[in-house]
Design a protein around this ligand. Structure first.
Ligand code: HGY
Ligand code: MN
Ligand code: MN
Length: 412
């Protein structure tokens, strides 16, 4: 029978602050890129906290971590919660660590109340959720669902120079494990995460009941024109890769206005030779397209590729478009969605059902077992920004909902 337990909010708050000291940036926020020294330190701390709770720590070949509280019937499929500890280069304290540390807090609360675990409960830290150093994003959970091979992952080169392989970076931080997590029997997965958008705050809602995640297409464009003198080259004789890149960035915004629910982002752009008085020879840039509707996302993508090629042809610039990520939208499990909703409402929290605009490990886990997510509000809807913040009361609320959902899943 489910007991109504509540978490130790100050202990969770302290863990979030302690984790936030790793990779801390001078002006606030964190930089903890996947497989960096900072990621290693964060992993070490998580492992220590798991060992303090006498959890079995499993690590697989791509560095995914599971802290497991073994139940008395370990043959039963396990309940899993968690998220990621890597961050973007200008990240906040909550994107990822909230899910990992709230899971740990829920588990510790169950332990302290003498909960009789029949089914095991595991806390996950998935490798490279952000995709900010190695693409694709959600890499570790994609590997667990067998959507990418170990070889492909090991060969991935870091986006930023000095370019290193995933394999060498993983070996350097000492998290190349031997445990096979892919074949573990997972009963269910639930992830607590900040919304990273403005909806919950604007509507003054405490708990987001997440029904689905947008599809994500990441494309890298490589334009090649002709470097030339900025002063002496007549405009009609130019093959200006920089001009075409700017036109495509503008095109991406136009396309986002042509398809319902479409978002488009040009987040990275590198000019070469990147000199004030030289017509750009080459530009490498990325376009991130997302939509909850797969057909519209596909149409937006095709429209971008076709029109980008036309713009390049007109300027006599060559264009190579390389698809880095194509993840379809994912619907979550109705049963777990309902558990999130009724646990939140029974605790007296306001709720609203919603999609996730951001990608999450849950969208990969949904292919393996019944999955859903719990959102809590982001102040001013800000995330992937050092100013990311979520109020402690909302963190406490979300973690108490997570605890209730986990208990129900453990009892199933
Ligand atoms: O890109 C995303 O939405 C996630 O933060 N990796
Ligand atoms: Mn995240
Ligand atoms: Mn993120």
């Amino acid at each position: 029978m489910k007991k109504s337990l509540t978490i130790n909010a100050s202990r969770l708050h302290q863990r979030i602050q302690d984790m936030g000291k790793i990779g801390a940036l001078p002006g606030g926020g964190v930089c903890r890129l996947a497989l960096s020294k900072e990621d290693q330190t964060a992993r070490d701390l998580f492992k220590q906290w798991c060992q303090d709770l006498h959890l079995k720590v499993l690590i697989d070949a791509v560095g995914n971590m599971l802290g497991v509280q073994e139940g008395s019937q370990p043959e039963l499929p396990m309940v899993v919660t968690g998220s990621h500890l890597d961050s973007v280069a200008t990240g906040g304290l909550f994107d990822g660590p909230l899910g990992v540390l709230a899971g740990l807090e829920a588990l510790q609360t169950l332990q302290e109340n003498g909960y009789d675990f029949k089914r095991s409960l595991a806390i996950a830290n998935f490798t490279n959720e952000e995709g900010a150093r190695f693409t694709p994003d959600m890499m570790g959970s994609l590997y667990i669902k067998k959507g990418i091979s170990q070889q492909e992952i090991y060969a991935a080169q870091s986006i930023q120079a000095p370019h290193v392989s995933f394999e060498s970076a993983l070996q350097r931080i000492g998290y190349q494990g031997k445990n096979k997590l892919q074949d573990l029997p997972f009963h269910s997965f639930v992830e607590l995460h900040i919304e990273q958008g403005p909806i919950l705050e604007q509507e003054n809602i405490t708990i987001g009941v997440v029904e689905k995640v947008q599809g994500i297409y990441w494309t890298e464009f490589h334009l090649k024109g002709v470097a030339n003198h900025a002063g002496t080259t007549p405009m009609h004789l130019r093959h200006d890769a920089g001009y075409v890149a700017a036109e495509i960035a503008t095109l991406a915004r136009k396309i986002s206005q042509q398809f319902a629910g479409q978002v488009a982002t040009v987040g990275m752009m590198q000019f070469s030779p990147n000199l004030i008085n030289v017509v750009p020879q080459e530009v490498v840039f990325t376009v991130d397209l997302r939509n909850t509707n797969h057909d519209l996302l596909e149409q937006a993508y095709q429209s971008l590729i076709t029109q980008a090629q036309e713009l390049a042809n007109k300027e006599g610039v060559t264009l190579v478009a390389k698809s880095l990520v194509q993840f379809a939208p994912v619907d979550f499990d109705a049963g777990i969605i309902d558990k999130v909703e009724h646990n939140a409402q029974n605790l007296g929290y306001t709720t609203r059902r919603m999609p996730s605009g951001a990608g999450h490990d849950a969208q990969m886990m949904a292919a393996i077992c019944p999955t859903s997510m719990i959102f809590v509000p982001s102040v001013a809807g800000i995330s992937h920004n050092v100013k990311e913040f979520t109020h402690p009361a909302h963190i406490e609320a979300g973690t108490n909902v997570l605890l209730g959902v986990i208990q129900e899943l453990l009892e199933e």
